[in-house]
Design a protein around this ligand. Structure first.
Ligand SMILES: Cc1cc2nc3c(=O)[nH]c(=O)nc-3n(C[C@H](O)[C@H](O)[C@H](O)COP(=O)(O)O)c2cc1C
Length: 159
């Protein structure tokens, strides 16, 4: 049985909602999925999972402070070979129209980079969910599209 863990940081609840949609999609494909905040997870349990998704809000075009601290802590755990996926929530930005641009407005880019450096095997490229303003709500298509992403990941993990 494949075991999956989705971790999120969320100030206003939007990233949490996205994480829950991802979990719903994966569970539809029969993947046993836990969905926890980075504040409540015991990092020593993470190596027991086959798959790890990490998502957070984009702050100042990068990581929130809490996510930075968490990723630093996570480096002390051996996650070599676990499969992974990174996501974020953010506002629309012209910076994101230029893929080459070093100042890409995305926490997911940084989360994914950290995961790669921890030797986590990224099985699906990072994805962003768009929110309106700081507190949301999410754009109307986001929940469905993250359920679909969850199903894609479920398919990859199940095959
Ligand atoms: C301190 C702060 C800085 C932010 N900076 C950015 C930013 O640089 N780019 C962006 O797209 N959104 C930015 N936002 C909007 C957040 O991305 C948005 O609040 C978040 O996606 C909502 O998710 P949450 O409800 O899970 O916290 C910022 C929000 C806060 C509170």
């Amino acid at each position: 049985m494949v075991r999956a863990l989705i971790l999120y940081h969320s100030l206003f609840g939007n990233t949490k909602d996205v994480a829950l949609c991802l979990a719903q999609g994966m569970e539809k494909l029969g993947i046993e999925t836990a969905c926890l905040s980075i504040d409540e997870v015991d990092i020593n349990q993470i190596p027991n999972y086959d798959f790890l998704a990490i998502g957070g809000p984009t702050h100042m075009i990068g990581l929130s402070k809490a996510m930075k601290v968490f990723l630093t802590k996570l480096k002390s755990v051996n996650l070599h070979g676990i499969k992974g996926f990174a996501f974020d929530t953010r506002n629309h930005s012209r910076l994101n129209n230029k893929r080459w641009f070093i100042l890409e407005n995305s926490a997911a880019r940084k989360i994914e980079g950290n995961m790669r450096r921890m030797k986590i095997e990224i099985i699906k490229p990072r994805q962003s969910a768009i929110v309106y303003g700081r507190e949301g709500p999410l754009e109307s298509n986001v929940k469905t599209s993250f359920q679909e992403i969850g199903k894609d990941i479920g398919n990859i993990l199940g095959s």
